[in-house]
Design a protein around this ligand. Structure first.
Ligand code: ADP
Ligand code: MG
Length: 257
């Protein structure tokens, strides 16, 4: 494998409950720089919660998250952890790109402005330089001709590609995708997966929650099967998808394949 060994994402003993509901029950995961991890699992198994814990949108009850070695959400003083101030958390989040199922573009901004917004407002980068970068990124996702279009004039697939360009504009260390094609009409899924494949080939570190098993087979370095808040099994796609060791994985795959 050409990817360097440096760990980019390290989840250690993640526990997360909502009231009495234990959603994550001790999740350990390492993602190396340049690695693509696809997370599969039934609805309600905790996939979205896990991604949200990575960028501290959810506070974990126990365990730790590190991105490129940096503890997320907390500062260690002696042997105590203190939560970081909101401003610090926002700074950390700019290193973690997040692509949602429902695009979440700003409706009152054009495609170009959507991509350029955060690098200017959250990172204070020069507007002219950022606009140039935004135009390049729109070109990279095949939307150079849509720079001035507002989201409502774009198809779901185009909106999601803008959302990917927007995530890239922050130059994140890792990109998280939460079912990025689940809200799309079937004929629009392919164009979004193609963009994601390009990113993977370019060495982007990615954690992708998806039911697209074909994408997992083709692109993933590692497939993780999450069920009941624990990683039931993980490994290379041909192992997990074609020779699953656990009955729960087999039962899940029988339903989605
Ligand atoms: P998945 O993405 O795998 O479908 P989720 O992480 O969204 O699963 O949800 C896992 C479980 O946690 C579900 O039972 C869901 O209802 C519950 N859950 C998620 N977020 C919250 C929340 N903010 N408050 C209460 N329960 C939640
Ligand atoms: Mg989910």
């Amino acid at each position: 494998m050409s990817a360097p060994q440096r760990p980019m994402v390290e989840l250690h003993g993640i526990h997360k409950s909502f009231g009495p509901l234990e959603v994550l029950r001790g999740v350990d995961l390492r993602v190396r720089a340049g690695e693509v991890v696809v997370v599969l699992g039934p609805s309600g198994s905790g996939k979205s919660t896990l991604l949200r814990c990575v960028n501290h949108l959810e506070k974990v009850n126990r365990g730790s998250v590190r991105i490129d070695g940096e503890l997320i959400g907390y500062r260690r003083t002696g042997n105590r952890l203190r939560e970081l101030k909101e401003r610090e958390i926002l700074r950390q989040r700019t290193h973690i790109g997040f692509v949602f199922q429902n695009f979440n573009l700003f409706p009152h901004l054009t495609a170009l402005e959507n991509v350029a917004e955060a690098p200017v407002s959250a990172q204070g980068r020069p507007r002219r330089e950022v606009l140039e970068l935004a135009a390049e990124l729109l070109d990279r996702v095949g939307l150079a001709d849509k720079a001035d279009a507002y989201p409502r004039r774009l198809s779901g697939g185009q909106q999601q590609r803008v959302a990917i360009a927007r995530a890239l504009a922050l130059r994140p260390k890792v990109l998280l995708f939460d079912e990025p094609t689940s809200a799309l009409d079937p004929e629009l899924v392919g164009e979004v997966l193609e963009v994601m494949k390009d990113l993977a080939r370019a060495g982007t570190t990615m954690v992708v929650v998806t039911h697209e098993v074909g994408f997992a087979r083709e692109v993933a370095d590692t497939v993780v099967f999450l069920d009941g808040g624990v990683i039931v099994e993980q490994g290379p796609p041909d192992e997990v998808l074609d020779r699953p060791k656990h009955e729960r994985t087999r039962a899940f795959l029988a339903k989605v394949l």
